[in-house]
Design a protein around this ligand. Sequence first.
Ligand code: NAD
Length: 541
Amino acid sequence: MANSVYKVPYPTNESILSYSPGSAEKEAVLANYSKMYNETIEVPMRIGNQNITTEETASMQPPHDHKHKLGVYHKANKAHINKAIDAALQAHISWSQMPWESRAAIFLKAAELIAGPYRAKINASTMLAQSKTIHQAEIDAACEYIDFLRFNVAFMQEIYQNQPESGPGVWNRVSYRPLEGFVYAVSPFNFTAIAGNLSASAAMMGNTVVWKPSDHQVFSANILMKVFQEAGLPDGVINMVFGDPEMITNTVLASKDFAGIHYTGSTEVFKNIWSKIGTNIGHYRSYPKIVGETGGKDFIIAHPSSNPKEVATGIIRGAFEFQGQKCSAASRVYLPESIASDIIDYVKSDLETIKMGSPENFENFVTAVIHKGAFDRLANAIEQVKIDSDAEIIAGGGYDDSKGYFIEPTVVLTSDPQYPTMKKELFGPLVTIYVYPDSAWSETLSLVDETSEYALTGAVFSQDRYALEEALTALENAAGNFYINDKPSGAVVGQQPFGGSRGSGTNDKAGSAANLMRWVSPRLIKETFVPASDYRYPFLG
Ligand code: NAD
């Protein structure tokens, strides 16, 4: 019988392994990469206690080698989705009553499995599925996901410990109930950690989940599901389904037991889902919780007092790591006239040293973009720049999809701060620079604030404290994650809770207690020890 107030292990951030030449971790990840590359697998859906295969399949291939088949995954029809909903509702009966420390133990075990026996597998699968370099896979699929699991367990306890005051003769208590119904998790391709976290954070708080990963992340999602199972997550708590996103979403949203959505992906899709929920609102048992982290058009603005080499490094790392396919990637840059050419020269000379190719070769800093749609979108943007008179390509601009979807890291210089690539999320290795007169610092801050519909991340570089103060105020609502003298990407769980507002999402800060609070419905319990026995108050005389 649980009769103690338990203390969870104090979370610390997982150390990033180096993968330097000759290291054991390098050998292990390459061995897994090679094994996974050379076999073909079938990925079933997981519904309740069953692995589900169907007649309809789709193939999986590495973006950097798109003719090579890694295997197939099985796609759902409407009946499968209803089955997944039923499995989640059935599992809710026991899981919602599971003591919190047992839920915590399962997810802490999952963290240890990834830190240890699954580390090379989850990294290799992320390198193959999403074309991440080993460093990008390690900081995402291993470290960030381990951190999400360990820190969320600690945040969960923090939430449960948060209790109201009690007056004389009364005891007030709050229980943090899971939601009534099931949670729908919809994840993007770009982070294995996000895919795991969208489903696991809601489940950790006692909910059961129907999880739909991106079609372009199924290969690594499959490893996450294996980890959940090995960690002892009961059947039906997280049900993993694949297939037509529109059909799956419409089927889920038609259920009266739909209790919330945990979404990360593009803004347009999220707005579309939100409006469908609005249309169905009369149908649900409760008001669904809607949590979505969406697109970005993240900025770097440099003040004339900034250090050109530091700004250039911020641009290179912020814009081109993982081919610019981070929601936080810098994609619009504002440089002061007096130091713009120094910064641009540093960027250009750094770019000359950057190698592009398969992530299997650890010398490559840049690999392929995720799919043909992304490749075409970026190639078209590059061609448009070549035609337009108010923009020019000053570095990169090449592309080739003969083997993989490769887009060269590309720098565009524009004379028009409203040029389309300063406003539209392109989600790739293309950054646009606008040079402003040094005297127009304040006006340029307004420009940064007003140019895009998004407000996810942004960075200001300056050695002048007054200029920083002015930027902090002028850009107060322009970014949910605001960086001073650093690149705008690379948030660490437990250190920089992540999320943005405006068109970038509901800003429920993944990797924080604020996010977990969305997956509970608190119940206040007031107990009076000696109840009143006369209705008359003293003022009645
Ligand atoms: P996406 O919008 O194409 O897909 C996201 C998810 O939505 C996938 O699971 C997809 O299958 C599903 N989906 C697609 N169409 C749908 C529809 N009509 N109905 C229901 N679901 C649908 O995004 P992506 O290309 O996988 O990821 C990139 C996007 O995600 C970028 O916009 C990026 O900024 C955003 N993102 C944001 C954050 C953040 O924290 N703010 C983090 C990562 C990615």
